[in-house]
Design a protein around this ligand. Structure first.
Ligand code: NAD
Ligand code: IPM
Ligand code: MN
Length: 352
């Protein structure tokens, strides 16, 4: 089968970990029956500097005919973040209705948790982040700029359709797992309108999934529990911003942001889903061949699973965990000395 993949390396280390992904995909495509057709898209802050936009007006239409989009990272000093992200990453998530942001948190073999006495059996959960609405809305505005009365108002939009579809996805995912437990993040004690509405959708849906244990947490204590009791968690669902924060916190306990993968999924066929590491462009370490490519390689595994290339996905994940498990070649963020390229070489050698 041939899969058409749109590549957006983007900015900073995004463009440095993309070759790691491509080398893995090229190695896998030597197998009979597995082929990729790659198309490169140069959309980035550099593109913005030349053209005044992050992508052309028909950028979304150019991306549409692909089976998946693989993205490095977007955003770099010199272009304000709200311009670069609202010019590229966020429109892709929205225009293609990628309403699920799936972010696994699992301590890989050989990695040490920042939490004392915690091993791989303690840290293994999935963060399901609502990816199209919530706190990330473009509804709002500023008033009285420059005056002492200056203010900004930002709407938090929770729709029935938007919450039902993400909650259904999370319930189904929890139902399919051994522990069948769904924790949901709320803040209905302090956020008066949107969060009680969100809680009501959960309560209305729970009877349809009788096998699933549903647990409610206000997001503040949920964050604390991810540190003190990560073993309590199986599937966690949250609104856009809560999911964003929890999906940096979780990886911080499991090897760091350099190992965290993510998938922006529209489960309906016919539109591309997008795969990207959780991390950003890391300007502080860009251009030095020291970025950890684990997040990107694990992201490729998620893309292969989405494309139903399950054997290739399993083999790539096994190769990755064989290398981390062995612990000889590690990047600096994990206490080693290997560069991005050297680590990738080791994974490819393992993949054979
Ligand atoms: P960041 O993830 O880029 O970096 C945070 C810290 O983690 C830095 O110290 C960085 O060196 C380190 N780090 C990140 N990835 C690493 C890796 N693979 N290996 C080793 N160390 C790694 O987050 P930030 O500093 O908040 O953001 C930088 C830029 O990236 C901003 O413009 C931001 O908006 C953007 N951003 C983009 C995405 C995305 O495209 N999906 C995600 C997050 C941030
Ligand atoms: C992420 C990032 C983005 C987000 C930013 C860069 C807009 O932090 O993918 O988690 O908040 O979704
Ligand atoms: Mn984030």
């Amino acid at each position: 089968m041939t899969h058409r993949i749109a590549l957006i390396p983007g900015d900073g280390i995004g463009a440095e970990v993309m070759p790691s992904a491509l080398r893995c995909l090229e190695a896998l495509s030597r197998r009979p029956g597995l082929n990729f057709e790659f198309t490169d898209f140069p959309y980035s802050c550099e593109y913005y500097a030349r053209h005044g936009v992050m992508m052309p007006a028909d950028g979304i239409e150019q991306l549409r005919p692909h089976d998946a989009i693989l993205l490095g990272a977007v955003g770099y000093p010199g272009v304000p973040d709200h311009i670069s992200l609202w010019g590229l990453l966020l429109p892709i998530r929205r225009e293609f209705g990628q309403y699920v942001n799936l972010r696994p948190v699992r301590l890989l073999r050989g990695l040490t948790s920042a939490l004392r006495d915690r091993g791989p059996e303690d840290i293994n959960y999935l963060v399901v982040r609502e990816n199209n609405e919530g706190e990330y809305s473009d509804i709002g505005g500023r008033m009285y700029d420059g005056l002492p009365e200056a203010m900004a108002i930002q709407a938090n939009v929770i729709t029935r359709k938007g919450s039902e579809r993400i909650l259904n996805y999370a319930f189904r995912l929890a139902e399919s797992r051994a522990r069948q437990t769904l924790a949901y993040a709320t803040k209905s004690n302090g956020i008066k309108h949107s969060m009680p509405f969100w809680d009501e959708q959960v309560a209305a849906m729970a009877p349809r999934y009788p096998a699933v244990n549903v647990e409610q947490y206000h997001v503040d204590i949920l964050a604390a529990n991810l540190v003190t009791h990560p073993d309590w968690f199986d599937v966690i669902v949250g609104t856009n911003l809560f999911g964003d924060i929890l999906s940096d916190l979780g990886p911080a306990t499991a090897g760091g942001i350099g190992v965290a993968p993510s998938a922006n999924i529209n489960p309906d066929p016919g539109v591309p889903s997008m795969f990207e590491p959780v991390h950003g462009s890391a300007p502080d370490i860009a251009g030095q061949d020291i970025a950890n490519p684990i997040a990107m390689i694990w992201t490729v595994v998620m893309m292969l699973e989405h494309l139903n290339e399950n054997d290739a996905a399993t083999d790539l994940m096994s190769a990755l965990e064989a290398v981390t498990g062995e612990g000889k070649v590690m990047t600096r963020d994990l206490g080693g000395t290997a560069g991005t390229v050297e680590f990738t070489d080791r994974v490819l050698a393992e993949l054979g």
